[in-house]
Write a protein of this length. Structure first.
Lengths: 318, 318
């Protein structure tokens, strides 16, 4: 992950800004949140934010606040999503949902949202705050649609809308807001947003593929976790198109109880089918578009790092 | 409630702005939220916002967005609070928490937060968005402290901190942000905030008194609801100071099971004691301060309405 190098020195700053906002809050819940943030993850979103902002010459102080705001927004949505999906493991660690009563997840997520909004306001940019709020609405609307209106067996178009709302919209926010802080012109801001959207789509597709192909130790969740939760991601949708009559698939669609055996057979069948490759091809297309989109920017260190990060999305195993 | 007159014509505008933000969201949950907003309530927060802004000459378009943002923020916190407190009735109607699974309350609250943030951003004021985010953090921190650190039998100082976080901070936001949009000077903004804080404190104390003295039909909740939930508000704290050895009170503090009989006796005893009067005196002190704070502003129609609203806080029965 050499693409981190140009912004490595700033990532600790970003973490410090995230954690400094908990000051003054005295509760066991806060120390749990502190650990959660310390634990981190890949810090891909702040890295993209910092690289884009530095490439375009953003004010560093505001850029650090933005990167922290975006990672906090991401963290807040994870906390509420884990509650909504009743997820017990994330990054190989127990979730707040697994260890504390539901109210703790509600309030912890709300607090992290509030801190994200504080950090976004610290950028002093009305436009950044506007797209920040719009992105939050997009994400929550996506989650509501998915949970209340979606039915298993939906088509790929709905899948793409859903992963845009869930993941790509936040990458789009990260790159677009970084460009706004750089005083880039309207066209450059639009290009930056497009790049974020493309890598976000690729990132989520690979995530959904890894849910089938990854090792549980690497991804910190059981194999086929999405399907076990009744969620049909791209590999399943491809498999559905080519194997519409697979009895195990029908059984899962019709939710004939919790038939563990047919679920396990189905996960193995999807893994062995061409559905995984087809899905990876779609991720590759988004990666290719992302690289082409980037090409309009000057060929400096940060752009090269963004290119490397874009290619990394396809090669990652966790 | 004649104090509404100077802004009556704008309240429908505010409601329209709140509801317009649901456009594009298609889900059963949205229609429930739409009803919730339609149902309304007293609209005290938008009324205060509009009166303060009009008194100080704020831009009307931005002021309407602010008033809508504040009512949405209030609504969002109610939705999550009802989930956290497992409340089933509010304003005499069933809550979302009572009718839908917990995830619906989580996501509905998140969506309303997002819309509130969108509306706050529509004011185009960085300073408004900053105090908006700070207020959200204050409110959630207050709720976390209350839920995770608080013990029954705490003192009045903690109670005042708690009602500031829960209620007065949002009135302070309403009046302060309205003043900011009016391009008032620093001193006037600070005075406006102080007024909001004072009426917010009075409002919550009266709310806590009405929880004991109000008719269930008027307030839409059973009598002594707070105490039934293990929450010690001002009347209980005053009663505790004068009757520290009341066996019913000890029983509730020690949470000897759910002893309905001693709970009902205690509620009746608090009602019959001087604790209610003592609490109302404290509310009156905040109202008096609020009126004195207002006196520095020009004696025009809107100030008179704010004075009337301030006095109304003491006389309301629901």
């Amino acid at each position: 992950m050499e693409f981190i190098n140009p912004v490595q020195e700033h990532l600790q700053d970003v973490e410090d800004r995230m954690r400094s906002r908990f000051n003054g809050s005295a509760s066991g819940l806060i120390s749990i949140l502190d650990q959660l943030i310390c634990l981190g993850g890949k810090r891909l979103r702040p890295t993209v934010t910092l690289l884009m902002g530095k490439m375009l010459g953003a004010d560093l102080d505001h850029l650090l606040d933005l990167a922290a705001a975006i990672e906090m927004l991401h963290t807040a949505t994870l906390i509420h999503d884990d509650l909504v999906d009743d997820a017990t493991l994330r990054r190989g660690e127990k979730t707040i949902n697994a260890t504390l009563p539901p109210v703790a997840s509600v309030l912890a997520g709300d607090l992290v949202f509030a801190i994200a909004a504080n950090l976004a306001a610290a950028t002093k940019s009305v436009r950044v705050m506007e797209i920040f709020a719009e992105t939050l609405a997009t994400m929550v609307n996506g989650e509501i649609t998915n949970l209340f209106d979606n039915k298993p067996g939906n088509d790929r178009e709905m899948y793409f809308q859903w992963i845009y709302a869930k993941t790509a919209s936040m990458f789009e926010l990260a790159t677009g807001a970084a460009a706004i802080l750089s005083k880039a012109d309207v066209e450059a801001i639009s290009t930056a947003r497009q790049f974020g959207r493309e890598i976000g789509m690729a990132f989520q597709i690979v995530d959904d593929v890894l849910d089938f192909t990854g090792s549980p130790a690497d991804i910190g969740k059981p194999v086929g976790n999405d399907l076990r939760q009744g969620v049909f991601t791209l590999p399943t949708l491809h498999y559905l198109e080519t194997h519409p009559e697979d009895p195990d698939l029908r059984s899962v669609i019709n939710r004939n109880g919790h038939d563990e055996e047919s679920l396990n057979r189905l996960i193995a069948a999807i893994n062995a089918s061409d559905a995984v490759n087809q899905s990876m091809h779609e991720a590759e297309r988004f990666v290719q578009s992302g690289l082409e989109t980037l090409a309009v920017f000057p060929d400096i260190l940060e752009r090269q790092a963004l290119e490397e990060l874009t290619r990394f999305i396809l090669s990652r195993t966790k």
